[in-house]
Design a protein. Sequence first.
Length: 462
Amino acid sequence: MNERDSEQVAHSLLTRGYERASKESEADVVLLNTCSVRDMADQKALGKMGMLGRLARERPHVVFGFLGCMAQARGGELLKGLPHVDLVVGTQKFHRVADYVEELVARKAARPEVAPYQKRAMDDLRFSIVDVAEEIDSQSTIREQQLAQKQATAFVSIMQGCNMHCTFCIVPQTRGAERSRSTDDIVSEVRGLVSRGVKEITLLGQIVNLYGRHEFPKIDNKSPFVQLLEAVHGAEGLQRLRFTSPHPIGFRNDLVDAMSRLPKLAEHVHLPLQSGSDRILKAMHRAYTAEKYVDLVRRIRRARHGIAITTDIIVGFPGETEDDYKQTRDLVEEIQFDNAFVFRYSPRRDTPAGEMPDQIDECIKEKRNQDLLRIVNESTRRAGERLVGKCVEVLCEGPSKTNPARLMGRTRSNKIVVFEGSHKLVGELVDVEIEQANGFSLYGIPHNSSSHFLGCVGEMAS
């Protein structure tokens, strides 16, 4: 979601004649789009902006700004310890950034030059711009993006905000209440992206499968989200469709059914679990039980053979006992996720969990984190090894980050595949025979046209 917001801001600046700088030391505008889900994200953003203070002294004309969730949560207080920050813009104002940047650039250009390392007039906080106010229909402003040459995948934001109020989460404060874009607007954006060469779309929402529940009616017992999936699925030229992240309580029968009958929907669901203990789930306000979660996974797997299930898990939530953790551990072993993001609980201010008694020591959190990661890594390894010797469809995204001489792409089940081949394959669907599984990546060789008679059997485990 942050990547998508950043693309929108970049697009708005590029259309006004700005160019991307290859490194921050050459830029006239440096903006940090921030996350605030965990304390580590806050600290990284603050540390990075602190280091940019040296650049601000050497190049006083440069505009520096914070965007996004941390900006929304902290507002003007971000200026106090970082006097070179000129701009703080919240999550409902990304479409205003280009206007604010141009205003700040003009202000700086109009003031007298000052010597490097001298206190600048712009260090006066009255010259900074802070906008963290709510804005009606802000969800409809994230709809334009720059595409790289041969870009095969794109994110489409379908809604903003969250009404769930999980006790560990700051998102309702930083993203606001649920509000959805119109189906027609979303489908129009998708068609535009497909016409420019995009083959795979990922629909984004804080709780994506609750899309439109306050704005649009059910039709034929289908939720607005399933109606949206059907509408996007009909976009001519679209090859793959994904969505993230759903909530288990919004994964009703109509959505499970859609997984079975919409072939463009990719065989991957990211389904946050958070805990395997009913007691902890209740304390988190997650509104489902471990048993209901397991039943949902079974129904999804029955609906689409070979589907990959990934998840999010928090360890060390306040009051989590060894038995609570063991229940989580046992459930993770039972389900055998294709992958999981495991997080140590991070207290967030203004959230109920931050004030709960029985906060867990960091050393216990770390122990549980590492223990659960070992289990997850084993199930991830086994999921990869099941594909060795099989032919899978890969959407080639470009050169491998670790070895630019090779290409990389993702299977329909969202597994990374690295393979050798011509750069003409970038942006194309390629049949790749998997020869090796190594940790989180698969390695293979593309089938050339003469070998296509072998057939690509997909990703189903035998």
